[in-house]
Design a protein around this ligand. Sequence first.
Ligand SMILES: Cc1cc2nc3c(=O)[nH]c(=O)nc-3n(C[C@H](O)[C@H](O)[C@H](O)COP(=O)(O)OP(=O)(O)OC[C@H]3O[C@@H](n4cnc5c(N)ncnc54)[C@H](O)[C@@H]3O)c2cc1C
Length: 458
Amino acid sequence: MIIDDLRTELPADRLIEDPDVAASFAGDEAEWAPRGTPVLVVRPRTSAEVQSVVRACIRHGVPLTTRGAGTGLSGGANAIDGGVVLSTELMNDIREINSVERLAVVGPGVVNDDLRAACAEQGLWYPPDPASAPWSTIGGNVATNAGGLCCVKYGVTRDYVLALEVVTGTGELVRLGRRTAKGVAGYDLAGLIVGSEGTLAVVTEVTVKLRPQRAPERTVAGYFSSVVDAGRAVTAIGAAGVVPSALELIDRHCLAAVDAWKNMGLSVDADVVLLGRSDAPGPAGEYEATTMLTCFEQAGATWAAQSENQREADALFEARRLAYPALERLGPVLTEDVCVPKAAVPEMLARIERAAQANDTHIANIAHAGDGNLHPLLITPIGDEAARTRAQAAFEQIIADALDLGGTVTGEHGVGLLKRDGLASELSPEVMTMHRAIKQSLDPHNILNPGKVITLPS
Ligand SMILES: Cc1cc2nc3c(=O)[nH]c(=O)nc-3n(C[C@H](O)[C@H](O)[C@H](O)COP(=O)(O)OP(=O)(O)OC[C@H]3O[C@@H](n4cnc5c(N)ncnc54)[C@H](O)[C@@H]3O)c2cc1C
């Protein structure tokens, strides 16, 4: 049995055999995705220990699901029945912050905000900032190629990964990528692992690129009476040539849920709020903020202003970050993650409204609007199976609409379990075959998170 092997190979404190405790490692935040029951949870401290776990899984033909903080929204970290869950929570050391090379080397279990705070102490900045940054891990961010609020200007996780150390599906410990500013030796295998959702390798160390700390941001807020008007403002900002450092949308359902939970005193009298930010220093920042304000007004904002009060502006962004957990308190949430071209944002928001009406489903909206990355949140009352069926139909309609508008089924949350059908709709059969070939080549025993992203013929 794999448990016997791992008991002899790893210190006892690395293994969690108690089924009740193991169950708490069995799923991520995608409440709608099925989760299995693991035989064991392992919490390795070193890359060599990860290698022992992978090799034991290969010997015993047991599937292995790697888990960071379990904040994923696609079921990617959900356990497989009879499988092993490998938690990276003990591999949480920041190994190097190098201000000359502007890079950091971290264990995969380092929490995003902890890395950002450590970098800030040295005047450096790690940009990728998913709204889950207080909890999610760098390993999980790499495995999902996480986006975030400032990605509209600064790019996503992939843009910051220089090198990875990984354990492969054949149990080898290898280094991919480089520490240098440039480098084109061979295929970009580090890039291939980014976004592979634990299906191609277990990431055991991450080297990321850093930037110098940036100027304080100016915030512009706009209130709108419809999501479509807010969408028009997003398109107008793109057309005006402004690249905001954040452009986020949050609707009244989300604001009300956050306020009910955190009592933040958010007295927003609007159906939809758009929050734009500029971190350009000096007059350029003033120009960007003024341009965003004009775009808000011309798109039909009922109120718009540049925030004079940093605390107020921060509270609105905090509400944006807390929207998902706040809504989760109201009932099971099915999170969408479609991404469409900026010009199609108003039309996509209109179609989301139509999908809600046609399927009698309550949909709240948050969005990394500046990226065209929309997160309609489909909420169903607990235990209402008919509502779930309708919500599933709305979910599928939204995916079809996004593809119809030239978008993608997932902008940042990944395919996991929830978007496998969507992936097959988006990619051609030839490209699906390429995916399978890569999976078979790098994970020939099919033990790394099998069934996530793509399924192989049995
Ligand atoms: C409130 C909230 C806000 C969010 N906001 C954003 C956002 O703004 N942008 C965004 O992109 N996402 C967001 N997410 C989704 C989620 O936080 C991200 O997908 C995040 O990157 C997951 O990190 P994690 O450590 O929780 O990984 P997990 O959920 O534990 O795992 C995610 C996937 O990565 C794999 N994985 C984890 N660690 C490793 C590793 N070391 N090696 C190989 N595979 C690994 C897992 O198998 C799984 O497939 C949000 C989620 C919540 C709950």
